[in-house]
Design a protein around this ligand. Structure first.
Ligand code: F6R
Length: 249
């Protein structure tokens, strides 16, 4: 799955060297980023002319805090590839005026010509970026209160849950859905239920990822565990399958 996704991103950059990439953090993209680093180091792909926009950043966490998304991206990708840092964008969660920062970020994406390929993970509650389930969703980049479930899921990266910020800046679902291609990635059986709800359930703000069903160019890359509950795939997947272990959907 990591390889397929890295090939997708590498292929996009080869076809369009000035591509605008939407990037994600979290555990799921780590393998993809490791492969992109290898591909860049071996000369298979170059990000020299590319631009990137990350989905989100915590509010109030210093950029040099190891768990800030700025630090994550440097550690896991930017420090090891040839993408100029001046074109590697993340929202500034420490801006004095957070609302102005949200507008600035959307304007920057527009100026860059919009996102060609958006990489997306999915939260256990169906969030994409930090667009949490609720009665309504926002279109543009905005400040969110993180759901308790999300803070608990992310507490694994901090010393305790008290250290997990309560707010974040995130691209809105409108910004995400405007990307020309979206690559949704998920791994592990613990994501099987939410992957099924997102892809086969009703389109509802209770599961923000379900809005992806409306996107004309959605590519879904799952490992076997995350795909296990998709009824549309194949009854074989639920047991006694002859499919290879590393099947990519
Ligand atoms: C990260 C992000 C989140 C994660 C999601 C899944 O930038 O926007 O939506 O993609 O929380 O996280 P992992 O991959 O850690 O399961």
């Amino acid at each position: 799955m990591d390889e397929a996704c890295a090939d997708l991103i590498g292929g996009m950059i080869r076809i369009k060297p000035r591509a605008v990439l939407g990037l994600a953090t979290g555990g799921t993209p780590l393998g993809v980023y490791r492969r992109l680093i290898d591909d860049c180091k071996s000369g298979l792909v170059s990000f020299r002319h590319a631009t990137s926009f990350n989905l989100d950043e915590y509010v109030g966490l210093p950029e040099d805090h190891p768990e800030s998304y700025h630090a994550y991206m440097r550690r896991n990708l930017f420090d090891h590839i040839d993408l100029p840092l001046s074109r590697a964008h993340l929202p500034n969660g420490n801006a004095a005026d957070l609302e102005a920062e949200c507008r600035r970020y959307d304007a920057l994406i527009e100026e860059a010509g919009g996102i060609d390929l958006q990489l997306l993970g999915i939260g256990h509650n169906g969030h994409i970026g930090f667009n949490e389930p609720g009665r309504e969703l926002s279109t543009g980049t905005h400040v969110v209160e993180l759901a308790e479930a999300t803070r608990q899921a992310n507490a694994r990266f901090f010393n305790s849950i008290d250290e997990v910020p309560k707010r974040a800046i995130t691209m809105g679902v409108g910004t995400i859905l405007k990307a020309r291609t979206i690559a949704l990635i998920a791994k592990g059986e613990d994501k099987a239920d939410i992957v099924r709800r997102a892809l086969e359930g009703p389109i509802t703000t209770d599961c923000p990822a379900s809005l992806l069903q409306t996107h004309p160019q959605l590519i879904v890359l799952l490992d076997r565990g995350a795909a296990a509950k998709l009824s549309r795939l194949s009854p074989d997947l639920s047991g006694g399958s002859t499919l290879p272990e590393e099947r990519t959907v």
